[in-house]
Design a protein around this ligand. Structure first.
Ligand code: BGP
Length: 480
């Protein structure tokens, strides 16, 4: 028994994203989106982020497009949600595929069949007493907005997003109370293609174009906050950050300063605009030194100030260690971004460094700076699983990872952090975002689908299923 005091009503659950689970990529009027042209395999992000990528399916060059079928949640959602209910989920974080609702993105009228699908999903959740937490945009903007409008570089996309968000709030106002705007918004400067829907032509313009795109998303996010509060009284809407506390490699002041700057730019520009409603003081110098000129319209800054988010949600997989000068050999790998290898940490099979203490540090840092509730909406271990002859899957490595991170949250609560909930990433095995692999598994529920696309799609409970079920049932008191 632990002494952790997870609050009454703590939102325990799991998280997925539409494009990584649904499949049915052309069904019921859905339009093509970014994920539909992403091939499987470790080359994926490199291929799609190259300027000149034509955003087409090319089966001669690439053998799999795993998001087309994914795990077929589109047809199996009722059974899957029943399994979530059996786990005891209080909440399910999921996303809506923008191109199911507006197939091209710029239409005036939504696609009714797309809207009806999410009605069915929400009804199923509510039937089981599971509160949906919905990400409006999770790495999958409609392809047409990318190829015809140039993605978020184009200011016009703000109004398309606003229409999309308002459509969702009006339709689901009686079913969904918790909303998130853009998934991992601060990852945009590192991998603009995923969040902003374009690839800068050269490295020289990456920061300029990304911050311009981000500014458009900031305004769009504020307009969504405004609409959400107006349309759904009592609703709560948050931003979503990829959170990696940044450590200095050592106490060399140059390295400490470098780490501080990385922290500011990567973690705090987005946080400050969303919560404080303004660009931070340090951003002026950073923009100047990097030739970044953000084109703003009259009224933008007022909009940002007027409509801050209610809470911060975050993904946490790892910390990041920074050194001013680093060699190629010292570089670590990681979630979108990585610094130098930390000699004190072990890494996952994909090189992501495992650091539960970093979660406690990160939650403290965020809460100290912003004083708004926090919500961990992604955390987990991508690992290879083996199905034993008797059908069991003994994923003790995953249990150990999650246990240590849950303990870190318990400590952070004790430190005074206000934490709303925890949704483990990929609660059911899904297609990996960065590599398109199925073998990088996160779930409590195994899905029989392999990297080459074979498999029956049958679901099986892993050992971690029963463990997490007990964690939720005891509100984090029993973690063994
Ligand atoms: C986050 C994304 C998710 C997810 C997760 C794990 O960055 O929000 O969509 O996939 O990382 O990453 P991966 O799937 O690459 O292992």
């Amino acid at each position: 028994m632990t002494n952790y005091q997870f609050p009454e009503g703590f939102l325990w659950g799991g998280a997925t994203a539409a494009n990584q689970v649904e499949g049915a990529y052309l069904e019921d009027g859905k339009g093509m989106n970014l994920a539909d042209v992403m091939p499987g395999g470790k080359v994926r992000l490199n291929v799609i982020s190259k300027p000149g990528f034509d955003f087409k399916i090319d089966t001669k060059k690439y053998t799999t497009y795993p998001n087309h079928e994914a795990i077929d949640f589109y047809h199996r959602y009722a059974d899957d949600i029943a399994l979530f209910a059996e786990l005891g989920f209080k909440t399910y974080r999921m996303s809506i595929a923008w191109s199911r609702i507006f197939p091209k993105g710029d239409e005036l009228e939504p696609n009714e069949e797309g809207l009806a699908f999410y009605d069915r999903v929400f009804d199923e959740c509510l039937k089981h007493g599971i509160e949906p937490v919905v990400t409006i945009s999770h790495y999958e903007m409609p392809l047409y907005l990318i190829t015809e409008y140039g993605g978020w570089r184009n200011r016009e996309v703000i109004s398309f997003f606003e229409r999309y968000a308002i459509t969702l709030f009006n339709r689901y106002k009686d079913k969904v109370k918790y909303w998130l705007t853009f998934n991992e918004i601060n990852g945009a400067t590192h991998l603009p293609i995923m969040s902003l829907g374009f690839s800068p032509a050269t490295e020289d313009v990456r920061l300029q174009e990304s911050f311009q795109g981000l500014h458009h998303q900031f305004v769009a996010s504020s307009l969504a906050v405004k609409a959400c509060h107006e349309i759904i009284p009592g609703s709560q809407i948050g931003c979503m950050l990829i959170y990696m506390p940044v450590y200095a490699y050592d106490c060399n002041p140059q390295n400490v300063l470098h780490a501080m700057k990385e922290e500011q730019v990567f973690n705090y520009i987005c946080g400050d605009v969303h919560v404080r409603g303004e660009y931070p003081a340090f951003s002026k110098r950073f923009f100047k030194e990097n030739d970044i000129n953000i084109n703003m319209e009259d009224g933008d800054l007022e909009t940002l100030k007027q409509y801050p988010v209610d809470f911060i949600s975050l993904s946490y997989y790892m910390s990041r260690t920074e050194k001013k000068e680093l060699t190629k050999e010292e570089k670590a790998s990681g979630n979108l971004i990585a610094g130098v290898k930390n000699p004190h940490l072990k890494a996952s099979d994909w090189g992501w460094e495992i650091d539960p203490t970093g979660l406690r540090i990160g939650l403290n840092q965020l809460y100290d700076r912003y004083r708004v509730p926090l919500f961990v909406v992604e955390n987990g271990l991508g690992a290879y699983d083996t199905v034993e002859e008797d059908g069991s899957i003994n994923d003790d490595y995953r249990i150990n990872y999650l246990r240590e991170h849950i303990k870190a949250m318990g400590e952070a609560i004790e430190d005074g952090v206000e934490l709303m909930g925890y949704t483990a990433w990929g609660c059911i095995d899904l297609v990996s975002m960065s590599t398109g692999e199925m073998s990088k598994r996160y779930g409590f529920i195994y899905v029989d689908k392999q990297d080459d696309g074979s498999g029956t799609l049958e679901r099986k409970k892993k050992k971690s299923f029963y463990w997490y079920q007990n964690v939720i049932a005891t509100n984090g008191k029993e973690l063994e």
